[in-house]
Design a protein around this ligand. Structure first.
Ligand SMILES: [Ca+2]
Ligand SMILES: [Ca+2]
Ligand SMILES: [Ca+2]
Ligand SMILES: [Ca+2]
Length: 246
């Protein structure tokens, strides 16, 4: 929990569960100035959840590694864009460790994990945002970035934490952002708040049909012939078309 405010030092609070849905008194940890959002993930790969914090007022993200018992080590800080508003954690470059993406006032910052919960200087993308969430929106098995500010901006991952040109949907304010498959088609949809309205944007597969798994080589028939049966299950938006080649 981020203890918002622009005083220095600012803190986050951790309330450990007693195991019966009651919570021990909060433990406070120093972070940057004006913490706005926290995200959890095992950043150093030791099996426990660590904490990343977006600090709005001093342009840093704080990383607090878990000591293994729910207490946190002192923060390590990394420079990000001015006015860090939100933070999300996922493996963006596909190397198996969790990376950090931070929504900022003028650019989006990406910190790629060295593998041990430390991070080299950020990469930036021209995609300002107040909200950020990560999910595989196009079904190609890498994590894409969705930001919210004036509408929702989708940045599709090329697989190596570089991104295709942004697609933006809508232009209204986007004050919160959650991704989940609301219509059961296997693709994450967007739920957000704009003013007093709840906004839902269903992901109808605008990126075309996808093949989720494609074996490199398959022997369908033994020598001498016979009959083989193939089944296609397309994603994307109907109507579908396909071709067989031999
Ligand atoms: Ca950890
Ligand atoms: Ca990674
Ligand atoms: Ca993807
Ligand atoms: Ca969906």
């Amino acid at each position: 929990m981020a203890n918002q405010g622009t005083g220095s030092p600012s803190t986050i609070s951790v309330l450990l569960n007693n195991g019966d849905a009651t919570f021990a008194p909060d433990q406070e940890y120093g972070v940057g100035v004006g913490p706005e959002a926290v995200s959890l993930g095992d950043l150093d790969g030791d099996g426990d959840l660590d904490v990343a914090v977006a600090n709005d007022a001093d342009n840093i993200v704080s990383v607090l590694l878990n000591n293994g018992d729910g207490t946190l080590a002192p923060q390590q800080t990394y420079a990000v864009d001015e006015r860090a508003r939100d933070v999300a954690i996922a493996d963006l470059d596909g190397d198996g460790d969790l990376d950090i993406a931070v929504a900022g006032a003028s650019t989006l910052s990406i910190l790629l994990n060295n593998g041990d919960g430390t991070f080299p200087p950020r990469h930036t993308l021209d995609a300002p945002g107040d909200e950020i969430a990560l999910a595989d929106v196009d079904g190609d098995n890498d994590m894409d970035i969705i930001t919210g500010r004036s509408g929702y901006t989708v940045l599709r991952n090329n697989g190596d934490a570089t991104f295709a040109p942004a697609d933006t949907y809508g232009s209204g304010s986007a004050e919160d952002l959650q991704l989940a498959d609301l219509d059961g088609n296997g693709l994450p949809d967007i739920a957000g708040v704009s003013g007093t309205n709840l906004q839902i944007r269903l992901n109808c597969g605008p990126f075309g049909a996808t093949i989720a798994a494609q074996p490199a080589a398959v022997v369908l028939l033994p020598a001498g012939g016979g009959v083989a049966e193939l089944t296609v299950r397309p994603g994307g938006t109907a109507p579908y078309s396909y071709q067989w080649r031999r």
